[in-house]
Design a protein around this ligand. Structure first.
Ligand code: 1YM
Length: 654
């Protein structure tokens, strides 16, 4: 039998013969049947396929160690699986510690740590792996093992982990190797069945991962579906490169040649990889350690990412791109299709499912080897190197652009968050069709919040008399809570910094009580807008709401009057003469029912709004009036009152 080439120059397995005393016995198989989840991660379909993987891995170990060249996997009906290899055959000599037992029996009926067994070169020890054949035996309804060694055949049968009879000598054979045939225990795996497709995929990946092996796949024709063949011989002399080409197919790639490499005997371990960049294909990175899949990545993947990034950056610096530093491992891998396989001694796996490689040496190993090869690859193919560098740089720039956009979105979101807490904002954003009501006091604010149309109407309650900006010192404005809330809610800035585009509402509506205090607050607000946001007024945004002062009712008729004159007019026009009309006076907006407030003052179409304007011709007169009435000099105010005392009633009616 031709020996598969050793992976290592210094491989010890070929020189070190197995002796039964090397076996370290730990415990029987009862714990496995009691808590299968602890050993194979569960009792579902995935766990069931773990059994298959375990046996297949043992055969692969024998191939990778250089003793087997061929493996056969045969799926029969009723979930019976056979795996055979042409390796040395599991040892069968009597075990010194267990007088009447063969090594095979001890191996199959005791839990042991895989690595301790006879110093296998690349056993798959670690985590779920390596606990090996005995766990599969424990969880099988029956298992038959045939060992062909030294030209004689031997058979042994087990049921639920226990031997049924002794090791049988079946006579002379001219083959060599191990055959394991088993049926998973339906008591353990209640509804689980082998999937031909899944097993085929597993088997095929093993063939890609180790070019020194030929795997014959066979499956009962009744079990095959779709693309799974009933029979196939799997051998891939191109290894991972064959795999990559199979996956990428004729898809367009950034560089015509793949980056592929393999180093097999540096004394520390073996590494093989195949990578291409294919923009139209779903990217992937599949990694393996000793042919065991490591879907959670780990140190070997880290080594690959680092090596590729460092080499590509070095290329970027050589061609003098100032943007080299932008390129990260994520950018490089974002559109990569990559397969990575390492072979190391005594690997350690991490994580709940033991699917992540944690051996630190694996990172160094991969990083050094791949860095070296990628440097050469880039230097030898300068056109490809440029294409790849520019491709990855584009991805990096896209990423940064997206981050920038996200950042601006986040910033505008927090700007919105910094709106004053008292503001009940509308849900619609932007000026179009939205309005904000500036309301006097929290209780009126409460009614207004209930009366509003949430989609388009915002309400900002202002507490008490706001600061008179015409008489206050400049610094006071910034310190005043009510006014800074107002400025923030409007979003448009003040003074020279006013920007009409930033105003968050189309209409700003001052809504105060229809009394003297309300008028005062309205005039303070008008003064504020006039001084701090004159363009807001000029653009026609500022309005005064006209809440009623009286409610007149008789029979089913209810009308609202804005002031005394309105009341007198409505008493005559809305009711029959001499009707006993009930007249009530609102003390403030807060007294009105939300429904009343909505109908009389807030609902577009029904309400009366007064737009505040400063007529061009009146400009100097307005400035003069504001200065006199609201300015710093009380004597001007006193003079105005003296001159206008006879118009006092009208002055209230702003
Ligand atoms: C279809 C499954 O298990 N083959 C297999 C297993 C072993 C050997 C050869 C083997 C290994 C060694 C020496 C060694 C196993 N050996 C052990 C133990 N195929 C399958 N083929 N001689 C034979 O590693 O030194 C466990 S499995 F315990 F001997 F190490």
């Amino acid at each position: 039998m031709a020996k598969a080439p050793d992976l290592f120059d210094s491989a010890p397995a070929s020189s070190k013969a197995y002796t039964a005393k090397d076996i370290e016995v730990l415990e029987g198989l009862e714990p496995v049947r009691r808590r299968p989840g602890m050993y194979i991660g569960g009792t579902d379909e995935a766990a069931l396929h773990h059994l298959a993987a375990e046996i297949l891995d043992n055969a692969m170990d024998e191939a990778v160690a250089g003793f087997a060249t061929r493996i056969e996997v045969d799926l029969e009906p009723n979930d019976v699986l056979t795996v055979r290899d042409n390796g040395r055959g599991i040892p069968i000599d009597p075990h010194p510690k267990f007088k009447n037992k063969s090594a095979l029996e001890v191996i199959m009926t005791t839990l042991h740590s895989g690595g301790k067994f006879g110093g296998k070169v690349y056993d798959t020890s670690g985590g779920l792996h390596g606990v090996g054949s005995s766990v599969v035996n424990a969880l099988s309804e029956w298992m038959e093992v045939e060992v062909d060694r030294d030209r004689r055949g031997h058979q042994m049968r087990f049921e639920r982990g226990k031997p049924v009879g002794k090791l049988k000598d079946i006579g002379a054979v001219n083959r060599r190797g191990t055959i394991v045939r088993f049926h998973p225990d339906p008591q353990i795996f209640k509804d689980a069945h082998f999937s031909a497709a899944r097993l085929y995929r597993m088997v095929k990946s093993k063939a890609y991962l180790f070019r020194g092996v030929e795997i014959r796949w066979r499956c009962d024709p009744a079990l095959v579906r779709g693309e799974t063949p009933a029979e196939e011989t799997l051998k891939f002399p191109g290894g991972l490169l064959d795999f990559l080409r199979g996956e990428v197919g004729a898809g367009e790639t950034v560089t015509p040649r793949e980056f592929f490499g393999r180093i097999e005997s540096n004394g520390k371990g073996a590494v093989e990889w195949a990578i291409t960049w294919a923009p139209a294909i779903e990217p992937f990175l599949q990694s393996y350690c000793n042919t065991i899949p490591t879907p959670q990545g780990g140190t070997h993947e880290q080594g690959l990412r680092n090596a590729l990034t460092r080499a590509l950056r070095a290329h970027g610096e050589r061609v003098n791109s100032r943007k080299t530093a932008l390129v990260t491992p994520d950018d490089l891998m974002a559109q990569a299709c990559a397969v990575l396989s390492v072979f190391i001694r005594e690997p350690e796996f991490q994580g709940q499912t033991k699917e992540k490689l944690s051996t630190p040496d694996a990172q160094r190993l991969v990083e050094n080897v791949v860095r070296d090869h990628f440097d050469h690859w880039l230097a030898e193919n300068p056109a490809d190197a440029d294409r790849l560098f520019n491709f990855v740089l584009d991805l990096a720039e896209d990423r940064l652009r997206r981050r920038q956009e996200k950042e601006t979105q986040r910033k505008s979101a927090t700007r919105k968050l910094r709106l004053p807490g008292k503001l009940a904002d509308c849900t619609k954003s932007g000026q179009d069709g939205t309005e904000i009501f500036l309301v006097e006091g929290d209780s009126a604010g409460g009614s207004a919040k209930q009366a509003r149309d949430r989609a388009t109407q915002a309400v900002l309650p202002l507490r008490g008399k706001i600061l008179n900006v015409a008489s206050a010192a400049a610094g006071k404005l910034a310190q005043n809570q009510e006014l800074s809330d107002l400025v923030q809610a409007l979003g448009c800035g003040t003074g020279a910094k006013y920007r009409d585009d930033d105003l968050r509402y189309e209409r700003v509506i001052i809504m105060t009580d229809a009394d003297v205090d309300g008028a005062h607050i309205a005039s303070l607000l008008l003064t504020f807008f006039y001084r701090e946001m004159p363009r807001l007024i000029a653009k026609g945004h500022l309005h005064l709401a006209m809440p009623p002062l009286y409610r007149l009712s008789h029979g089913g008729t209810i009308v609202y009057a804005r002031d005394e004159a309105d009341r007198a007019r409505l008493l005559k026009s809305a009711f029959k003469p001499n009707a006993k009309v009930e007249v009530s006076r609102f003390k403030g907006l807060g007294e009105m029912m939300p429904a009343q407030l909505k109908e009389t003052t807030m609902r577009p179409g029904k309400r009366a709004l007064v737009r505040v304007e400063i007529a061009e011709a009146e400009k100097s007169r307005t400035e003069n009036l504001v200065e006199r009435l609201m300015g710093k000099k009380p004597e001007l105010r006193f003079q105005f009152i003296q001159e206008n005392a006879q118009f006092a009633a009208a002055a209230v009616d702003i």
